[in-house]
Write a protein of this length. Structure first.
Length: 134
């Protein structure tokens, strides 16, 4: 599987050749590959190249921290609220939803503003409405 974060790092949790084939398919050159031992990746330096990667099937993760988790081989799952991918181990189960750390923080902030000083349980919220109000 190929992943990209919001800062434009393109990585894979599979074989490095998979990443090179994918990168070539979206117009990246092999010499642009960042062969770093802890984080081999391509940099997507423009919004256009990031959008090409997403359109070609790369999955958007919550941030650079999630890229490290991909490279460690942690299972990635989508957040039921925002759709971004993060480690299954970092998701917060809430009323039947898996919520990524970013959305969970937003949910807590919303609740703290609604009921100052009382953060006990947010399980009764419809998380999609709280985090992404319409």
């Amino acid at each position: 599987m190929i992943y990209v974060d919001e800062k434009g790092h393109l990585v894979t949790d599979g074989h490095e050749n998979e990443l090179h084939v994918f990168a070539r398919s979206i117009g990246l050159r092999r010499e642009w590959f960042q062969d770093k031992p802890e984080r081999p990746h391509y940099d997507l330096t423009t919004t256009r190249s990031r959008n090409r990667a997403l359109k070609a099937g790369a999955l958007l993760v919550t941030g650079p921290r999630a890229i490290v988790k991909v490279l460690r081989g942690e299972p990635m799952v989508p957040c039921d609220t925002c759709g971004l991918y993060d480690s299954k181990y970092d998701m917060t189960p809430n009323a039947g939803f898996d919520i990524c750390p970013v959305c969970w923080d937003n949910l807590k902030k919303h609740y703290e503003r609604s009921v100052p000083g009382r953060i006990k349980s947010t399980a009764f919220f419809n998380t999609k409405d709280v985090v992404n109000p319409t």
